[in-house]
Design a protein around this ligand. Sequence first.
Ligand code: SF4
Ligand code: FES
Length: 241
Amino acid sequence: MNVTLDILRFDPEADKKSHRKKYDVTVEPTDRVLDALMHISRHEDGTLAFRKSCAHGVCGSDAMRINGKEGLACKTLIRDVAKNDGDVIQLDPLNHMPIQKDLMVDQTVFLSKFKAIEPYFKPKTQPPANGEYLQSAEERAVIDEATKCINCGACYSACPVLDDNPDFVGPAALVAAARFVFDSRDEGLKSRLDIVDQPNAVWSCDNHFECTKVCPRDIKITKLINFTKQAIKKHKEGTEA
Ligand code: SF4
Ligand code: FES
């Protein structure tokens, strides 16, 4: 089938404002949007900029807006976004991050918010004699969902709170926080309370669920943020388990 990719183009070093460029490509319905982009880059227009690495939904680098909805180009099949011969697929960079070039965005602020949440293991005890911090299958299951994040930024782009409040740390950082807050081996909420219990952290989330709708790892992001809110309340009331 033939489809047209309608892509936002912008080179901050050369352009005063963005424009759109259309590329006609012949594809199979089972090809991925990334395949069509690679075809354009290799055979039609080597100046088109986009990120990709693993091509298998693991690295999170090719998140973009596809027909207005955030997704990974490598996990989106043509048939999911174009039904008929001649259909147009609109591609745009993620929202809430400056455009570096075309579909590539500058993740500096996004990643600095992620780092601010201290997304690393802080053990609450000394290592056991065998050197391994063990946890039960049930304890591991509590954090299972949050460990699946690939830091793609799709949720950050879809979040309507960031439209009005660019200082909100965003859903991805709060997923990273939840991954450690609820880890049985970690100091948990105690060490991150001052970070997550802030107006621009969990309390900015208004439960729009837009992040949850676009997450390519099917993480129930809004639910995790609400669990963290509950944990903060229990901690303050002194009623946590
Ligand atoms: S929570 Fe989901 S959408 Fe957000 S960065 Fe992680 S994988 Fe991407
Ligand atoms: S290229 Fe790695 S997730 Fe798509």
